[in-house]
Design a protein around this ligand. Structure first.
Ligand SMILES: [Zn+2]
Length: 279
């Protein structure tokens, strides 16, 4: 949770009444990215994705360290299309998603953006605090509504000082994030759009824990930093190969192994790096 986020989510299990929020407070209007995200997963149909209750980073901690950290967290509900922070905005709290997905976005200008990371229940938001930097490097946008553990930045910093295991675990995660950023640069520059799209769909599917989800071409084009017509062509190629089915925003992965073969190596590289460092 970042500086502007306090007004944007409500505690999922509050001791007191939930904070009063409205759509106009929660969603920043006027940006094609946010509008696309709002359309991206609403009305999801088909098989309902299971919502994992846990975060892999927290689960990997020794029990005592995990319980000490969770005692200082509150469970929050992130809303679709909420902008959790903007670049250079002060970090108020750290989030560990347990059912939500957050896109990390770098903006070239008001009309051009690129997704540089996707955080689900395998990661965290606010990791620059590990480096002693209390501002966010990216825009963070809720791509899928759901739950997360939230801890205020000062309490998180105290836990970092106290727990060697927490520092070690999250330091490893920070390395993975650095690798992901470098890989995104390589992927954007060197790899074809159909391969990038296949990678993005697989990564999103992994975070959603489901092979079917609702996603608009407009949202995908914003995340990949390409024109919508390009996404249309790339999705058509994957569909012609019967790897996916895509109709009116409903995306189904029909052949996961085939889609992995169609994706650039970035997908498997990212998975293998995570499993090697944190698995
Ligand atoms: Zn790639």
């Amino acid at each position: 949770m970042f500086e502007s986020q306090r007004e944007q989510h409500r505690p999922a299990s509050a001791d007191g009444p939930a904070e009063s929020i409205s759509e106009s407070d929660g969603v920043r209007q006027g940006s094609s990215v946010e509008e696309a995200a709002a359309d991206a997963t609403k009305g999801a149909a088909g098989r309902q994705a299971p919502r994992p209750a846990k975060n892999r980073l927290l689960e990997a901690l020794p029990r005592q360290d995990r319980e000490q950290l969770l005692a200082r967290c509150e469970r929050v509900e992130l809303r679709l299309a909420d902008v959790l922070c903007e670049p250079e905005e002060r970090i108020r709290s750290v989030l560990f998603p347990t059912g939500s997905i957050i896109s990390l976005i770098t903006c070239a200008d008001a009309n051009a953006s690129l997704e540089v990371g996707l955080v689900g229940d395998e990661g965290m938001l606010g990791n620059s605090l590990l480096l002693g930097v209390n501002v966010s490097p990216h825009r963070a946008l809720v791509q899928r509504a759901g739950t997360a553990w939230s801890i205020r930045a000062p309490a998180f910093s105290r836990e970092l000082e106290r727990s060697v295991a927490l520092r070690r675990e999250l330091g490893r995660y920070l390395y993975i994030v650095q690798r992901q950023l470098a890989r995104t640069a390589i992927c954007t520059h060197f790899h074809g759009l159909d391969a990038r799209l296949a990678r993005w769909l697989l990564t999103t599917s992994d975070r959603v824990h489901c092979d079917q989800f609702y996603i608009t071409q407009g949202f995908i084009s914003s995340m990949l930093g390409v024109r919508r017509a390009g996404v249309n062509r790339a999705a058509g190629l994957l569909q012609d190969r019967e790897l996916i089915r895509y109709s009116r925003g409903q995306l189904s992965i029909l052949d996961r192994r085939g889609l992995q073969a169609a994706a650039c190596e970035c997908y498997l590289t990212a998975k293998q790096t995570y499993d090697r460092i944190l698995g």
